[in-house]
Design a protein around this ligand. Structure first.
Ligand code: IPM
Ligand code: MN
Length: 370
C-alpha cells in the first residue's frame, strides 16, 4: 500500500514524539511491504514564529493532498499567559479541523494492567475499563459567534448545533458501538441547554436504526463523576465539543498517564492522528517525553488505512514495552528510558516480531505442502 502522510511536528515535545511514531511506521512499512511518504508542514507556535500564521496556506494544501496527517502537539506558554495575544497557536489546529471537516474526534480509553498502580483509582475499579469517546469536533461553543463589548466588560461565546452536525458524528458512534459492547451513552446537559435537547432528540430518533445498541443518556456533571466512580460501565461515549474536551482529559488519567493516550480526528477526507497530551514545553528537547501517545496514534492511522494487522503489531510492541518496564519518566520516575530509546525498542520489536510471525507462517505453509 502507498500512502502520503502529512507530518506536523508542532510545538514543545511534538517533534520528538512524532519522530518515534515515524520510526514505528517505517518498521511496519519495511516488514509489511508498504510505502509511506512523509511531507512536513508547519502549524502552531512554530508556524507563527516562522510565518506569522498558525496555519499557513501551504500546510492546509499539504494536508488536503495527503491520505492522513500525523500531528505532534500545539501550544506555547508565551501565548497562554497573554490573554491579549492576537494570534494563538491553537487557532491553527481549530482552523485545520474546520477546513478538513474533521467532525469526529475519537479517543479510546484503555487501561494497562502494568500501570494500574499509577492510576488515581483503586485497581479494582479499573478492571474491565475499556471505552471510547466520540467527541464532536467542528461545532458548538468552539466555533460559535464570539463578542466582547466596547468597554470589555461583557463577553459571549455562542453554542450552536444543527441536526446534521449531530447526526453525522452520532451515526459514526452508533456504527462503532455495533462493533463493540453495543452500548452508547450520550453525555449532555439536556436539563438546561437547548442544544443538548436537540442532541437527545436526534440521538433518540437515530437509535431506532440501531436496535442492537442500547442507548442511555447522562448529564455531563453526573458523567464527570461516573467516569471516576464506575468507569467500567461505559462502552461508547458520545458528546459535543466542549464536554468531550473536558471528559476526555478526565478519562485519560484512568490509564495512569496521559502520555500514552492517542486520538483520531476523522471526517470525510484525510484524517488527523495526534496524542491527546499537550506540548509540555518544560520537557521539550530533553528526551523525556512519553512517545506512546504518538505511536498509538500511528496505530489508529494504520487502522484507518484498513491495515488492522499492522496496527495490532504496533500495539503489541507498545504492550511489550509496558510489561517489560521500558517506560518513560512519567510512568517510572526512577528507572526510565528516553523518548528515542523507547521509539527504537518499539521499531526493533516490530521488525523482530513481524519476521518471526512470517517465519511461523512459512513453516505452516511448508507443513501443509508436505
Ligand atoms: C484538544 C486540545 C484542543 C481543544 C486545544 C489545543 C485547542 O485541548 O485537542 O483536546 O481544546 O480541542
Ligand atoms: Mn483538550
Amino acid at each position: 500500500m502507498e500512502k502520503k502522510i502529512a507530518v506536523i511536528n508542532g510545538d514543545g515535545i511534538g517533534p520528538e514524539v512524532t519522530a518515534q511514531a515515524i520510526k514505528a511506521l517505517n518498521a511496519i512499512a519495511q516488514e509489511f511491504g508498504h510505502h509511506f511518504m512523509y511531507v512536513n508542514a508547519l502549524m502552531g507556535a512554530d508556524a507563527i514564529d516562522k510565518t506569522g500564521n498558525p496555519l499557513p496556506d501551504e500546510t492546509l494544501a499539504i494536508c488536503k493532498q495527503s491520505d492522513a496527517i500525523l500531528f505532534g502537539a500545539i501550544g506555547h506558554p508565551k501565548y497562554d499567559n497573554d490573554p491579549t495575544a492576537k494570534v494563538r497557536p491553537e487557532q491553527g489546529l481549530l482552523k485545520l479541523r474546520k477546513e478538513l471537516q474533521l467532525f469526529a474526534n475519537i479517543r479510546p480509553i484503555t487501561t494497562y494492567h502494568s500501570l494500574h498502580h499509577l492510576s488515581p483509582l483503586k485497581a479494582k475499579q479499573l478492571v474491565g475499563v475499556d471505552f471510547i469517546i466520540f467527541r464532536e469536533l467542528t461545532g458548538g461553543i468552539y466555533f460559535g459567534k464570539r463578542s466582547l463589548n466596547e468597554d470589555q466588560t461583557i463577553a459571549t461565546d455562542e453554542c450552536a448545533y444543527s441536526k446534521a452536525e449531530i447526526e453525522r458524528v452520532a451515526v459514526m458512534a452508533f456504527e462503532y458501538a455495533q462493533t463493540r459492547k453495543k452500548k452508547l451513552t450520550l453525555i449532555d446537559k439536556a436539563n438546561v441547554l437547548e442544544t443538548s435537547r436537540l442532541w437527545r432528540k436526534v440521538v433518540q430518533a437515530l437509535s431506532g436504526q440501531y436496535p442492537d445498541v442500547t442507548v442511555d443518556y447522562m448529564f455531563v456533571d453526573n458523567a464527570a463523576m461516573q467516569v471516576i466512580l464506575n468507569p467500567a460501565q461505559f462502552d461508547v461515549l458520545l458528546t459535543e465539543n466542549l464536554f468531550g474536551d473536558i471528559i476526555s482529559d478526565e478519562a485519560s488519567v484512568l490509564s495512569g498517564s496521559m502520555g500514552l493516550m492517542p486520538s483520531a480526528s476523522v471526517g470525510n477526507g484525510s484524517a488527523l492522528f495526534e496524542p491527546i497530551h499537550g506540548s509540555y514545553p518544560q520537557a521539550a528537547g530533553k528526551d523525556i517525553a512519553n512517545p506512546l501517545g504518538s505511536i498509538l496514534s500511528a496505530a489508529m492511522m494504520l487502522d484507518h488505512f484498513g491495515l488492522g494487522e499492522e496496527a495490532n503489531a504496533v500495539r503489541a510492541a507498545v504492550n511489550w514495552t509496558l510489561t517489560h518496564s521500558f517506560v518513560s519518566k512519567d510512568i517510572d520516575p526512577i528507572n526510565n528510558y528516553g523518548t528515542n530509546a523507547i521509539g527504537d525498542l518499539i521499531a526493533d520489536y516490530i521488525k523482530r516480531n513481524a519476521k518471526s510471525a512470517a517465519a511461523h507462517n512459512a513453516e505452516l505453509n511448508a507443513s501443509t505442502i508436505i
